[in-house]
Design a protein around this ligand. Structure first.
Ligand code: GH3
Ligand code: MG
Ligand code: MG
Ligand code: MG
Length: 322
């Protein structure tokens, strides 16, 4: 009925007023002990299946903390406790700081209201509660929270995407720069081995020249997958150049790393790559290895792995040099 009425009024289906009418699944906590006020709120928000009216005001802090709320409505005229104290509690908690808070205040009690706003509450309704007004203010807060939640998710996602190489799905140079230093200092502090393996595909330019850039990309994707599947979850695997990869292995010394690198080279060279349904090709890879030395930093470690890789190329490619 509500929706057809809105449509009859000429609102577009995506109109915020309609979205508000559909907001039935919000978790709203009401902390109020005045029966008339509770009655008005319950009637105004009767469409909210997630509405919780707290009867035991003493349990308010525990209930507030007990779960995620989309909105908390706090009365400033509570008999049992100071509503402002509850507002302060929420704003001093890292987890609840973003939760919208709407206060119910006695008409004319500007002192409490100002204090509430100083504490960071989002909005207020004066008593006696007007149903249309509280519905509008609640919906406004819910819309804002929804927008904020979506924005936060997008931001988290883009932070994650910033350290992923879109072609191969491996971590990228930025991730390596951010995490290698941490792994290095950890290994230094605990006097544990840490090894870097640098892998570079041999004559990759020829692959691109023969099969095109897209063909080269297929090989890069598949090689990346083979490397990732053949090292441990704790190892960092990153694509740090066009056809250059690095594997960082904690708790692995030079000897063991050499065996692992030789295995990676065999795995990448043995099975051909299907560039298209009709075309298969084989590539070889060269690897340079360095184990972290006493007092060495991340840059030093990578420099020595790179020098070893250079030697592997100079000595004829398709080999591991430590
Ligand atoms: P080497 O054995 O000495 O490593 O020979 P190479 O041809 O592999 O060496 P080089 O580093 O000179 O060439 C790497 C080539 O990788 C050059 C570049 O066109 C290609 N390349 C870099 N990034 C990409 C990419 O994202 N996709 C594809 N398909 N090719 C790339
Ligand atoms: Mg090269
Ligand atoms: Mg190369
Ligand atoms: Mg290269």
């Amino acid at each position: 009925v509500r929706e057809s009425t809105s449509l009859a009024l000429g609102l577009a289906p995506s109109d915020p007023a309609l979205d508000a009418a559909r907001q039935l699944d919000a978790a709203i906590l009401v902390i109020e002990d005045d029966p008339q006020s509770v009655d008005q709120i319950a009637k105004a928000l009767r469409q909210q299946r997630g509405l919780v009216v707290l009867s035991d005001i003493d349990a308010a802090p525990a209930t507030i903390n007990g779960r995620e709320w989309d909105l908390v409505i706090v009365s400033l005229t509570l008999e049992a406790t100071d509503g402002l104290r509850l507002c302060a509690l929420m704003r001093s908690s890292e987890r609840l700081r973003q939760t919208p808070v709407l206060v119910l205040s006695r008409s004319g009690d500007n002192r409490s209201l100002l204090k509430a706003f100083e504490l960071g509450v989002n909005d207020y309704v004066t008593k006696p509660v007007d149903r249309a007004e509280i519905l509008a203010r609640v919906n406004s807060q819910l819309r804002r929270k929804r927008f904020q939640d979506r924005l936060r998710e997008t931001m988290i996602l883009s932070v994650e995407m910033a350290v992923i190489d879109p072609l191969t799905g491996l971590h990228n140079r930025r991730y390596l720069d951010g995490h290698l230093a941490q792994r290095v200092s950890q290994a230094q502090l605990q006097h544990r081995p840490l090894t870097a393996v640098l892998l570079d595909i041999d004559h990759f330019k020829a692959v691109n020249d023969t099969y095109g850039h897209a063909g080269g990309d297929v090989v890069l994707k598949q090689i990346a997958q083979r490397i990732r599947l053949n090292v441990r979850g704790v190892d960092i695997v990153a694509r740090i150049g066009g056809e250059e990869f690095v594997v960082i292995m904690p708790e692995v010394d030079l000897e063991e790393a050499t065996l692992i690198a030789q295995r990676l080279l065999r795995i990448t060279a043995r099975e051909p790559f299907s560039v298209t349904d009709a075309v298969e090709l084989t590539v070889t890879t060269s690897a340079g290895i360095a184990q972290l030395q006493y007092a060495e930093d991340a840059a030093g470690l990578l420099r020595r792995a790179d020098a070893a890789l250079y030697r592997a190329k100079a000595e004829g490619r398709n080999r591991v040099v430590a």
